[in-house]
Design a protein around this ligand. Structure first.
Ligand code: NI
Length: 216
């Protein structure tokens, strides 16, 4: 996949952000962007009217139910994808892990306030156990979540995640098309930033430090 160039961290007002995200979602729905958005990397909205992300009701390994309410005081760094993904998902999970490790080097206490989470959009194959095994390859604190097809669809809708099965021609197999932004949710459950796929981990770490640090 190609590495987009350009500015990495752009702060926008809520109104502009809403417009930008709507445009991105429209582009994704049309299949025009997929894994290669060129527009921007990370945006920090403000205002309660901004409705991207929020609640989920999923399951982690061992059958334990997990919702957004289970992380009081934590910022949630969330990515949606699937374990059979050949390239984009592992790349994004590595970026998340690397950004967190970079933050932990300069400010371990602040890094502890960020909970990385990987949510599958392929629950038919990605069991909670498989998710746990998979995320352990990337970061020791990362949590992998799955759930029923309906529960996953509901979470994806909340986060405006686009996804669809992409059958592999000539094989009894499929991949998943999916949008690939990384979401940073603040402890109040509001979207704090949206990281473009292929963000630079050092830039992402700086953004995390600024946003999580500002929250106190
Ligand atoms: Ni993927």
């Amino acid at each position: 996949m190609r590495r987009p160039s350009g500015p990495v961290f752009i702060a926008l007002g809520a109104g502009l952000l809403a417009v930008a995200v709507s445009a991105l979602i429209a582009l994704y729905s049309m299949g025009g962007m997929r894994h290669d958005p060129q527009t921007f990397a990370s945006i920090a909205p403000t205002g309660p009217q901004f409705q991207v992300g929020g609640s989920f009701d999923l399951v982690r390994a061992g059958g334990e139910r997990v919702t957004e309410g289970d992380f009081p005081g934590q910022h949630l760094l969330i990515f949606f994808g699937f374990t059979h993904c050949p390239d984009v998902c592992p790349t994004e999970l590595m970026i998340m892990a690397s950004a967190l490790d970079t933050l932990a080097e300069s400010d371990p206490a602040l890094a502890e306030k960020v909970q990385p989470i990987f949510i599958t959009i392929d629950p038919e194959r990605d069991t909670p156990e498989l998710m746990a095994e998979y995320v352990a390859n990337f970061h020791p604190r990362m949590i992998g979540l799955s759930g029923s097809v309906d529960a996953v669809a509901k979470a994806a809708r909340e986060f405006r995640v686009y996804y669809a099965k992409a059958p592999i021609e000539g094989a009894d197999d499929y991949l998943m098309d999916h949008s690939s932004f990384v979401y940073l949710m603040n402890p109040d459950g509001d979207l704090a930033a949206l990281f473009r796929p292929n963000s630079d981990p050092a830039d992402a770490a700086r953004a995390l430090q600024a946003i999580v640090g500002r929250h106190g």
